[in-house]
Write a protein that binds this ligand. Structure first.
Ligand code: HEC
Length: 129
């Protein structure tokens, strides 16, 4: 009987801590707004396709984001996340304006959280974003 309490505590801790840990990685709701209104808006306009998170697995996205080569290496994903880029489009893009003072690393975490959640093997695969 003695063993059960620590075990239960460990299980409960795991269950309760998991969502907190996921949250610390970034706010997927903010990431979703940015992804849809900045990334997808341009993809639809320039490539005629949305390039949704569901098109890749979490592992593929992780590799893609850490390589940080965008549009076949012409530029970088971090460029399109950067405050400098947000400043440059804020007059015509509401999401860029809304998140204009967000630190780059924070916004990258938010976008990553949304991508991972909506990836092919994510919690909630999203095709329409
Ligand atoms: C100003 C326009 C624009 C913005 C903003 C933009 N992209 Fe792209 N993206 C493109 C274009 C154009 C391509 C296609 C390039 C090609 O096929 O040569 C592309 C391609 C991609 C691809 C396919 C693989 C690759 O790199 O070719 C991914 C994934 C991607 N973008 C992710 C993102 C993410 C994430 C964001 C937002 C943080 C973003 N893009 C913002 C224009 C944009």
């Amino acid at each position: 009987m003695k063993l059960r309490t620590p075990l239960l505590a460990a299980v409960l801790f795991g269950v309760l801590a998991a969502p907190l840990a996921a949250h610390a990685e970034g706010d997927w709701k903010k990431g979703r707004i940015y992804y849809r209104m900045v990334c997808t808006a341009c993809h639809t306009e320039k490539t005629g396709a949305a390039i949704p998170p569901v098109g890749r697995t979490k592992a593929e996205w992780t590799a893609y984001l850490s390589a940080d080569k965008h549009a076949k290496g012409k530029d970088t994903v971090s460029h399109y996340i950067s405050q400098k880029y947000r400043e440059s489009i804020k007059d015509s893009n509401k999401a860029a304006a809304k998140f204009v003072s967000e630190p780059d690393a924070q916004l990258m975490d938010d976008v990553r959280a949304f991508i991972m959640r909506s990836a092919k093997d994510g919690e909630v695969p999203a095709s329409c974003s």
